[in-house]
Design a binder for this molecule. Sequence first.
Ligand SMILES: [Ca+2]
Length: 427
Amino acid sequence: MRFRHIAMVFLCCPLPALADPSLVASPSPPEQISIIPGNATGDDVTNEQATGSGNTESLQAWIAAFHPRALAAGITPSTLDHAFADVAYRQDVIEKDRNQAEFTRAIWDYLDSAVSDARVANGQAALRAHAPLLQRLEAIYGVPAEVVVAIWGLESSYGANRGDVPVIPALATLAHDGRRGAFFEAQLIDALRILQSGDVDKGNFTGSWAGAMGHTQFIPSSYQSFAVDFDGDGRRNIWSDDPTDALASTAAYLAKSGWVARRPWGIEVSLPKGFDFELSGRTTQLSAAEWAAKGLRRADGGVLPDHGPVSVLLPAGAAGAAFLVTANFTAIERYNTADAYVIAVGHLSDRIAGGPPIRASWPRDTRALTGAENRELQDRLTNAGFDTRGVDGRIGPNTIAAIRAFQRSAGLVPDGYASPEILDRLR
Ligand SMILES: [Ca+2]
């Protein structure tokens, strides 16, 4: 589940726990960085049948076959008629879906744009502009204003890029296409429920190409689970220029995902010489006192604060920054499981609050492995006797364990990091 490299995609959205960790950078608005809703069901992104050759006629045939399933899910005939009255196939959506997984990005490149000076400054301005609302949200939900604003900044550049693609045609096209058909059909049914509820009019029911909606890019299932009507007008309106409901929904999302008040997402730390890199990774949780006894310090030299059980996270392996991450890291993961995304939210929130840049230097002379290279790495590790339990291009716990085992056998630092050097060694 812990993916250290980031595939770039085109949009971002809050996801159920099993979200696709692929990170993607928006090709158009330079300030927007996002995550693909991809694997929110846990489906393998490469499975299922995808035609990629649909048109409005084939879409309408698919919708006709879909009708009974929608009716069984409680969608009324009149909602279906209204929703699909003028539906058209969205070739642009399919093209974005196809392009999203083709790039990978190192975490430092991602953070450079995700936590740019402009995004920090705009976040501080947004914080000031919405201070009374954000203070109320913090009082009610326990989520700091800076964290809510950071998610807002990453998801839509503080509302500037909320997406103008009609949600129903986009999701119907993706469900019809079938590459992740089951996931998108479930999202489509939730989208129809939203339309049926009257929370939004069809004309305003827009989002990014894969159905991520509003200021903080909720996909329909997340909306159904977490959206709130905070301004009390009877609608859960995450689409309007006024971000009140969207920001409240985001705070509610994090609160329901286990956010613990008065606790950071994580802190940058410095590791002692001789640190046992076998202890890095989310599977090892120790107290601040235990980590301090092993020689860890705050990156600024200070004493480690007690924030409950914490893990050492090395998003670029032994050569990059090190963070101690708390239970609130896990809460942000419910929005998107990519380590880089969670670090970006956390670090952006720290910067908005006036905190310093990350102190450690990144191994900028290296690069992230591509998806194809990740698969090759898994294949070569398994063939060399270090079983990754599958070849899916995702650097999850099994692959990390296999990399560590290989590193140990080769006398390398066992940080479990999937670097180009490791791949070269296996070739
Ligand atoms: Ca409302």
